[in-house]
Design a protein around this ligand. Structure first.
Ligand code: PEP
Ligand code: MG
Length: 861
């Protein structure tokens, strides 16, 4: 197959083959925009290279030489010709955007002779040698594996020795001196064609650098995809003062405001803007100095946004007053911006509601749920930087990604403070509450990556000098931050504060509500919440929950006074004693459930019968034992003895769930009284309760029959005594493999079923929920599993069991209502799967409800 495509041979739909960057370069070329010409080596070729054991396909070099000839003709210059040299940038481009993840080489095709020729031809030696030194450092870094800091360090040393501080103070001679030093560090090939071949190979290999691997893992991008290689004629932003490089967004990526937003550096290469070495100027500076160039940029950005029907992130270069487009892609944006842009674009007639829904990710929605720093509470602002990623974050100062990881693993909150960030810092950014950098603009690595992760970040905080080696950061005003000091970042304003500043819970916006209303219109799955307290239930309802899908009744006893009673019940030595405790628990339970019915007026509330993993409720340690003994009026020895008797080897597989009802029917009787008593009271107060009683952890239909009998008897008794009628349903959870494989029989005995995928996953894998944390990280690390099955549903096996259960249940009992209430009910990928299975609802924690509403709509459109 064809391995090499000219920019004039592809289009935007060929991302898979040409990579996102390449496909868009082709598209822009076809649109007639000023794109420096070039060619693309396909992702297929990259895969071919790996499959052959990292060997260049036989004819590849010949193929790209043909393309290269055509590029030379078009550009009117020749690769490797000192008289009239053509230089290339060589960049990676995967089918999905991986910003800053892959390696780039600029100014390829230079050596001593050609650099001298370039100096002569352009009559601009400073530019020629600046370009040459950049090339050597990048080639050495990316291809030869010599760290970039080595070269930076030499420049610092040279500048210090010659009384210079800024790059612009460096003359052609200075750069030539630097180049001589560089050549002692890096032994690079003189032959431009050898350079090109090595660069292409390095781009292929960069697909497998650790930082690219981490990014793919975090974003669920398959390893097998591979990258394309874009080889493009260079244009030069570092040519002089009428040149420069810029990055722009067609709308504001932080707020979503419909206003062109960009940053520009005069006399600088594109890498300078992205790396954040110098802090760029607002693009208005370009409008002032080069109005025609700005006009062309402005026109181009409008055209591209309209053409792609999405907010674009552009890279452009100006060389001697001429405008060039280097890249366009869908811009990364904050959650608030994503929602505003999506809703605005529907208003502008650019996209429809369904498309708008697809533009918003779960992470984006989370941003509406993040806390922000309370402006009233702000004190001790010690520095202000750029508001790169919104939200409020408080944590201990750390100065490296490793430190961040270490401290965060002890459960403490950290703020990662760096001069600038690079992809090597990602593992630290991932665990940090906030990121603060001294250098870099709104489009720097730190800003883009943190925004993508939804991590609060402040960049370009120039008044804070960060000395990583010494482990201090100091402001102009003499405030010094040391490791472990607590600071607060306001990522929405850019303020850095001392101490832990209060935050306000996240707030909604009109646009967000609009989008959610579209989600509700375009989804089939209902969304319920897992909640036990009236506060949680109220929040859930506010966030759009359509009922409670799981009320874990044992959680209603976690409070101090109550836990004593339930412990007393568990440790009871006789039925009378147990009954005493149950009578007290009944009161609590009835009152709590009544509140839930009121909050969820008119909506279903699924109340699960007691399912206490015993070990969570038994006393731990001597002190606990003594306290409990006192509280329940038993000698410590007795408490110890009963505790020992009750303690289990495998509590997660022990005396749990409906097994409790089987052994102690009086517990179920109490709960039914509480539930229906509350329902009766709710009706009397004018509410419309819809109780659904759910039996957990069943394995066969006989359990269900026995417990249903207890339930029905109890319900009838309560209703008869009250003289009120309340509709209710009895259902069961599908949590054991055995239940899923006999679902047809179970279905006949109940009115609804709900997957408890936490337990179902535990039992399908044989991974104890409580212990899996010890080994799952190794499984992920060693790629034995792709995702933690307790986070995202395992579709192959657990999903298979679910499918069997749903199909057989529905065959046995047409239209039986089916839900899911394990943690997976709030995970977008799992929600998509549940939609495909044809479930009726998902149930998740209150804060996940809006995410679930959107994910359910995305699964359906
Ligand atoms: C489950 O097992 O998925 C479930 C919802 O129940 P719990 O987490 O309480 O065991
Ligand atoms: Mg369970």
């Amino acid at each position: 197959a064809k391995r090499v495509y000219l920019f004039s041979e592809g289009n935007r739909d060929e991302r898979e083959l040409l990579g996102g960057k390449g496909a868009n370069l082709c598209e822009m070329t076809a649109l007639g925009l000023p794109v420096p010409f070039g060619f693309i080596i396909t992702t297929d070729t990259c895969r071919e290279y790996f499959q052959a054991g990292n060997k260049f396909p036989g004819l590849l070099e010949q193929e790209y030489r043909v393309a290269l000839d055509l590029v030379e003709k078009k550009m009117g210059a020749r690769f490797g010709d000192p008289e009239n040299p053509l230089l290339f940038s060589v960049r990676s481009g995967a089918p999905v955007s991986m910003p800053g993840m892959m390696d780039t080489i600029l100014n390829l095709g230079l050596n001593d002779e050609i650099a001298a020729g370039l100096a002569q031809k352009t009559d601009n030696p400073r530019f020629a040698y600046d370009s040459y030194r950049r090339f050597i450092a990048m080639f050495a870094d990316v291809v030869l594996g010599i760290p970039g800091e080595k070269f930076e360090h030499e420049i610092e040393k040279y500048k210090a020795a010659h009384g210079k501080t800024l790059d612009v103070e460096m003359s052609a001679e200075d750069w030539q001196a630097i180049i001589e030093i560089y050549k002692t560090i890096a032994n690079f090939p003189e032959d431009p064609f050898v350079q090109l071949k090595m660069a292409v190979e390095a781009v292929f290999k960069s697909w497998h650098t650790p930082r690219a691997n981490i990014y793919r893992e975090m974003n669920n991008i398959p390893d097998s995809m591979g990258t394309a290689v874009c080889v493009q004629a260079m244009v030069f932003g570092n040519f002089g003062d009428d040149s420069g490089s810029g990055v722009a967004f067609t709308r504001n990526p932080s707020t979503g405001e419909h206003a062109f937003f960009g940053e520009f550096l005069f006399n600088a290469a594109g890498e300078d803007v992205v790396a954040g070495i110098r802090t760029p100027l607002p693009v208005a500076a370009l409008e002032e100095r080069q109005p025609e160039v700005y006009a062309e940029l402005y026109k181009t950005q409008a055209l591209l946004e309209k053409h792609y029907r999405d907010m674009q992130d552009l890279e452009f270069t100006v060389q001697e007053g001429r405008f060039y487009m280097l890249q366009t892609r869908s811009g990364k944006r904050t959650g608030r911006a994503a929602v505003k842009i999506a809703v605005d674009m529907v208003g502008e007639g650019l996209i429809n509601e369904r498309e708008a829904l697809m533009r918003v990710s779960p992470e984006h929605v989370e941003a509406f749920l993040h806390p922000t720093v309370d402006p009233e509470a702000k004190t001790d602002i010690i520095a202000t930087g750029l508001p790169a990623s919104p939200g409020g974050a408080t944590g201990e100062v750390v100065f490296s990604a490793d430190e961040a990881e270490q401290v965060a693993s002890t459960g403490r909150s950290v703020v990662l403070v760096r001069r600038e960030t690079t992809p090597e810092d990602i593992h630290g950014m991932k665990v940090a509450a906030g990121v603060l950098t001294e250098l870099g603009g709104m489009t720097s690595h730190a800003a883009v990556v943190a925004r993508g992760m939804g991590v609060c970040a402040i960049t370009g905080c120039g008044s804070l000098h960060v000395d990583t080696a010494a482990g201090v950061a100091s402001t102009h005003d003499g405030v010094t931050l040391k490791r472990g000091d607590v600071i607060t970042l306001d990522g929405t304003t850019g303020d850095v504060m001392l101490g832990d500043i209060p935050k306000i819970a996240a707030s909604s916006s009109d646009d967000f509500q609009t989008l959610l209303s579209w989600a509700d219109k375009h989804r089939k799955l209902k969304v319920r919440a897992n909640a036990e307290t009236p506060e949680d239930a109220a929040r859930a309802r506010e966030l759009g929950a359509e009922g409670i899908g799981l009320c874990r009744t044992e959680h209603m006893f976690f409070e101090a006074e109550r836990i004593e009673k339930i412990r007393g019940m568990i440790l009871s030595e006789s039925n009378e004693e147990r009954q005493q405790y149950l009578d007290q628990l009944l009161e609590f339970q009835r009152a709590d459930i009544l509140e839930l019915f009121k909050v969820m007026d008119g909506l279903p509330v699924t109340i699960r019968l007691l399912d206490p993993p015993l070990h969570e409720f038994l006393p731990h340690g001597e002190e606990d034992m003594q306290e409990l003994a006192k509280a329940i009026g038993k000698p410590v020895e007795t408490v110890r003895e009963i505790t020992e008797n009750l303690s289990e080897v495998n509590p997660m597989l022990g005396f749990r769930g409906c097994r409790l009802s089987i052994v102690h029917p009086e517990i179920t009787e109490m709960q039914v009284k509480a539930i229906m008593g509350a329902a009766v009271e709710a009706v009397k107060q004018g509410f419309k309760p819809k109780p659904e009683i759910m039996i957990p952890l069943v394995i066969n239909v006989r359990e269900i029959r026995m417990i249903t009998e207890i339930i029905d008897r109890g319900v009838q008794q309560v209703l008869r005594e009250a003289g009120v009628s309340v509709p209710y349903r009895v259902g069961t959870m599908m949590e054991t493999p055995r239940a899923t494989l006999g679902a047809d029989r179970l279905a006949k005995a109940v009115e609804f079923m709900s997957f408890g995928t936490n337990d179902l996953t535990q039992m399908t894998y044989g991974f104890s929920r409580d212990d899996a944390g010890k080994f799952i990280p190794s499984y992920l690390d060693k790629k034995l599993i792709d995702v933690d099955p307790f986070v995202s549903l395992d579709q192959r096996a657990v999903g298979r069991l679910m499918e069997i259960a749903v199909n057989e249940s529905r065959a046995a009992k047409k239209g039986i209502k089916y839900g899911i209430c394990g943690e997976h009910g709030g995970d977008p990928r799992s929600i998509r799967f549940c939609h495909k299975l044809g479930l009726d609802y998902v149930s998740c924690s209150p804060f996940r409800v809006p995410i679930a509403r959107i994910a359910a709509a995305q699964a359906h459109v």
